[in-house]
Design a protein around this ligand. Structure first.
Ligand SMILES: Cc1cc2nc3c(=O)[nH]c(=O)nc-3n(C[C@H](O)[C@H](O)[C@H](O)COP(=O)(O)O)c2cc1C
Length: 178
């Protein structure tokens, strides 16, 4: 699919088709696409924890507030995204290279996650990023080490309802040319 079509078709989906499974191979393909993203010194600090079994799906859903739980209740896959702290943006002695510190890890994870979202769209899959979540419950669910910062949960599945495209700002509102 053409990139502009993929970008257009990606939307946050808050209703998933019940019983429409996603193969593990498809999840592996979209995570491989995430790994093609640029990262600080190619440090690739993004980490993915994939709930695909009914038990893990339940555990991850329990880490979401009611409205997010309801929106992803039929999603067959939930991906917890995290990054290894104190690597991207840090030198070999563990000192932050500049004022942004671990924000570079979050920056890199965001780049990876956009690749993930777009690859999912290309494969005809839909997604929802959720930043409102309980990180301690997520940490327990996958035994995620304290060295990793947990960011979003991304739902993956097939849309059950056509979304409305939220209004976007104009280029002139966000870009300054000099
Ligand atoms: C970091 C981040 C956190 C988000 N958290 C949530 C969330 O907890 N629940 C939700 O329904 N949508 C969440 N969203 C989705 C945004 O609301 C959505 O991307 C935005 O409204 C634009 O819509 P679109 O994705 O369809 O273009 C989140 C998006 C991002 C990037």
């Amino acid at each position: 699919m053409e990139l502009s079509k993929v970008i257009e078709s990606r939307r946050s989906i808050r209703a998933y088709k019940a019983g429409a499974e996603v193969e593990r191979a498809a999840v592996e393909e979209i995570i491989a696409a995430a790994l093609e993203a640029p990262s600080w010194k190619n440090s690739e600090t993004g980490r993915y924890y994939i709930a695909i079994s009914p038990e893990k799906l339940e555990e991850v859903k329990n880490a979401l507030p009611a409205f997010n739980q309801n929106n992803v209740k039929n999603a067959p896959v939930l991906i917890v995204t995290a990054f290894e702290r104190s690597v991207a943006g840090f030198d070999g002695s563990g000192n932050a290279v500049n004022e942004a510190g671990d924000k570079w890890g979050a920056y890199d994870l965001g780049l990876q996650n956009e690749n993930l979202l777009l690859k999912a769209s290309e494969l005809g899959l839909d997604t929802l990023i959720m930043g409102i979540r309980d990180t301690e419950l997520l940490r327990k669910a996958f035994n995620i080490p304290p060295s990793q910062e947990i960011m979003s949960v991304i739902a993956l599945g097939y849309r059950d309802k056509e979304p409305v495209r939220p209004v976007r700002k104009g280029v002139d509102e966000v870009a300054v040319f000099g």
